[in-house]
Write a protein that binds this ligand. Structure first.
Ligand code: MF3
Ligand code: CO
Length: 255
C-alpha cells in the first residue's frame, strides 16, 4: 500500500533527512587512507547520537538476510555495490566508496547515499560517479505530480545505459516514511508512462546504482549482505529521499 504524507509530516521527514546528510558529510570527511570501515561506522553513530536519532539500518533483517544488519551505515568498496558491512578493512588511496545512511527521528525515516574516491581516484571512477549522480538528478526531475513511477525508472535507466553501465533491477528505490522500506519499489530501469501515478505526498528514496563493466549481473558475498558486481568491476550509488509536492520534487536529505 502506498501512503501519502501531509505537508507537516514531510517537514518532519526533512529533519530526519538532515541527520542523514550530516552523517554522509561526516563520513566523507573521515574517509582517508588507513581509516577502517568500522571507524566510519563509529563516526556515523556519533552523528546519530548527537542528533537524538536512531538507525533504521541497525538490526534490520529483511527476508533475504541471514543475520540482522550490524551497522548504521553501508560502506561498499570498489566491486561491492550495496550493503557493504563496516568491518576492519582499511581504506586505500583510490578506493571507490559508496556510503548509504539512514536516520529515524521523531518516528520518521531519511535514507540517502553518496559515492566518492579516497584521495585522487581514476578518471573512470570519476565518470562512473558523475553519471550515477546525473541519473539521480534525472530521476528526481521526473518525480512530479501527474507523472508515472515508470518515468523515474526510465529517466534513471536512460542515463545509466548512455554511460555504458550495468544496471540490476533486483534492488532499487522505494517508498519511505515511518519505516525505511515502503511501497512502491522503484526499479532503476523501466518504461515511461507506466506504473503508479505520482501524486503530492508520495515520498520516495530514489537510488540509482551502476556497474562500470556494463554487465547487469550481481552476486551476494559470503557475509549474506554485500552485493557485488558479477564481473568484478566497480560500482557507484547515489540516493536521496524526495517528496513529491504540488510544486514539484523536494529533496529531504540535504544538510
Ligand atoms: N538504504 C538502503 C536501501 O535503500 C538500506 C540498507 S539495508 C540495511 O535499501 F540493512 F543496511 F539497512
Ligand atoms: Co534506500
Amino acid at each position: 500500500m502506498v501512503e501519502l504524507k501531509t505537508r507537516a509530516e514531510i517537514e518532519l521527514m526533512r529533519s530526519a533527512g538532515k541527520v542523514v546528510a550530516d552523517i554522509l558529510s561526516s563520513v566523507r570527511s573521515a574517509a582517508r587512507a588507513g581509516v577502517t570501515l568500522r571507524q566510519l561506522d563509529e563516526t556515523a553513530r556519533g552523528v546519530l547520537k548527537d542528533a537524538g536519532a536512531t538507525s533504521p539500518f541497525l538490526n534490520y533483517k529483511p527476508k533475504f538476510a541471514p543475520v540482522p544488519y550490524p551497522g548504521v551505515i553501508c560502506v561498499s568498496v570498489n566491486d561491492a555495490a550495496l550493503h557493504g558491512i563496516p568491518d576492519e578493512y582499511a581504506l586505500k588511496p583510490g578506493d571507490l566508496l559508496s556510503v548509504d545512511a539512514g536516520a529515524t527521528l521523531n518516528g520518521w525515516v531519511g535514507d540517502a547515499a553518496v559515492s566518492f574516491t579516497v584521495g585522487d581516484g581514476s578518471e573512470a571512477d570519476a565518470r562512473l560517479i558523475s553519471v550515477t549522480e546525473a541519473a539521480l538528478a534525472a530521476g528526481i526531475a521526473a518525480a512530479v505530480p501527474g507523472g508515472r513511477l515508470g518515468d523515474i525508472s526510465a529517466a534513471i535507466g536512460k542515463v545509466g545505459r548512455a554511460g555504458g553501465y550495468g544496471i540490476s533491477t533486483d534492488l532499487g528505490g522505494h517508498g519511505v516514511g515511518r519505516t525505511m522500506h515502503e511501497d512502491p519499489h522503484i526499479p532503476n530501469l523501466g518504461k515511461k508512462g507506466r506504473g503508479l501515478k505520482l501524486q503530492p505526498g508520495l515520498v520516495l528514496a530514489i537510488e540509482p546504482w551502476f556497474m562500470a563493466g556494463g554487465n547487469d549481473d550481481i552476486y551476494v558475498a559470503d557475509d549474506g549482505w554485500t552485493i557485488k558486481t558479477g564481473d568484478g568491476s566497480r560500482a557507484a550509488h547515489a540516493e536521496h529521499t524526495v517528496a513529491i509536492t504540488e510544486d514539484g520534487p523536494v529533496i529531504l536529505t540535504l544538510g
